[in-house]
Design a protein around this ligand. Structure first.
Ligand SMILES: [Zn+2]
Length: 121
């Protein structure tokens, strides 16, 4: 891949990484805040408690999927440094540009990704 294209994907990945980090930090704040509220007397907040728990669960769920996403982004940035970015991990074919545009952190070409998906059912 040409270095100008690599630089473009690199910028996108770095920006995305920042966005996800901030988002994780926000969810963390929700969790910290809920803990503080829990620490206070919540006898008169019985009705709110269910919503609060749901919010915590949602925040945890989002943080988990965002952490996985963050890992993929870091991994892609490493591959840019290694010079293996844009190459399919399984068949070593070049991943097409359209796919990279849509999923800059992908490790597989569309054929391999579909095969993997089929395997997982
Ligand atoms: Zn492949």
């Amino acid at each position: 891949m040409r270095s100008r294209e690599l630089a473009k994907y690199r910028t996108r990945l770095v920006e995305e990484r920042e966005r996800i980090r901030k988002s994780i930090a926000r969810h963390q704040e929700v969790l910290d805040h809920s803990k503080q509220v829990d620490g206070m007397a919540h006898s008169n907040h019985m009705a709110d408690q269910g919503t609060d728990e749901a919010r915590q669960e949602q925040a945890i769920g989002l943080m988990q999927s965002e952490s996985r996403y963050l890992y993929r982004i870091d991994d892609a940035l490493k591959r840019i440094e290694d010079g293996t970015y844009g190459q399919c991990e399984l068949c070593s074919e070049t991943i097409n540009q359209e796919r990279l545009e849509a999923l800059p952190y992908t490790r597989m070409c569309i054929d391999c990704a579909e095969k993997e998906d089929a395997k997982r059912g």
